[in-house]
Design a protein around this ligand. Structure first.
Ligand code: KIV
Length: 273
């Protein structure tokens, strides 16, 4: 098709679904701008998520609740300019879908039309099943999100592991089943015991993407800032750092400031005749 940007190995919902239960797990990372989106895409990340973690890691809030639909549309749009191969998913922010199914349909529509997302992610279980059904019927792929759902932080009394009690375990399993039955192609499973994540992964046909949920999910997601060590003081148990960029960036800024103060920058090769 003329004008298509898709490459032959483009990751799609079909590609993601095909990895269910396979030996090759799915690598998902968040991104919020074009530079990191391009780096993630070129490094072979399968799915780039414009998460509402934006509120915490980019906007500096304590929760994700303040993120607006306009924020996610804007960041998804700029991330989309860096993504060629990866599958691009946009988060539906708090109160863009909780009040009515119609709100949710319109919000998701904006994320695809204006943001250029290829799927939306939303939090919840049984209570969002009808919305997921309607979105899928409208041609909008849905990634669910169960377990410790950050938009319910005040309900949980903090960002706490969920699913330890029998009651929570049964509820989260029922939520995962409802999300999958409603037609979600994938779901994030966040901050639950490894045993529960494994049970969900066996129980549902949708692909499971874990975060703080152990190694048995079909894939893993990490917030970019955690993976890259951009916030050196933040190191929860479920995070593995693959770089110490916070430290490297601080050192670079300090070296630049020292050179400027000492008159060592710019040098002869960095100036024009
Ligand atoms: O907002 C986000 O970045 C997320 C991931 C952590 C799954 O929901």
């Amino acid at each position: 098709m003329a004008g298509t940007a898709a490459t032959s190995d483009k990751v799609t919902t079909a590609t993601v679904r095909a990895r269910k239960g396979g030996t090759q797990r799915i690598a998902v990372v968040t991104a919020y701008d074009v530079v990191f989106a391009r780096l993630a895409d070129e490094a072979g990340i399968d799915v780039v998520l414009v998460g509402d973690s934006l509120g915490m890691v980019v906007q500096g809030d304590r929760t994700t609740l303040g993120v607006t639909l306009d924020d996610i549309v804007y960041h998804t749009r700029i991330v989309s300019r860096g993504v060629r191969r990866a599958h691009l998913v946009a988060d539906m922010p708090f109160m863009s879908y909780q009040a009515s199914v119609e709100d949710g349909l319109r919000a998701a529509g904006r994320l695809l039309k204006e943001g250029r997302a290829e799927a939306v992610k939303l939090e919840g279980g049984v209570e969002v099943a009808e919305l997921i059904r309607r979105l899928v019927a409208a041609g909008i792929p849905v990634m669910g999100h169960v377990g410790m759902t950050p938009q319910s932080v005040h309900q949980f009394g903090g960002f706490k592991l969920q699913g330890r009690t029998d009651e929570q375990h049964a509820k989260i399993l029922a939520d995962a089943r409802a999300v999958a039955d409603a037609g979600a192609y994938a779901m994030v499973v966040e901050a639950v015991p490894q045993r529960l994540a494994a049970e969900i992964t066996r129980a549902v046909p949708a692909v499971t993407i874990g975060i703080g949920a152990g190694p048995d999910c079909d894939g893993q997601v990490m917030v970019m800032h955690d993976l890259l060590g951009l916030e050196p003081a933040w190191k929860p148990r479920f995070v593995r750092r693959y770089a110490e960029m916070g430290k490297a960036v601080s050192e670079a800024f300090a070296a630049y400031a020292a050179d400027v103060r000492a008159g060592k920058f710019p040098g002869p090769g960095e100036s024009y005749d």
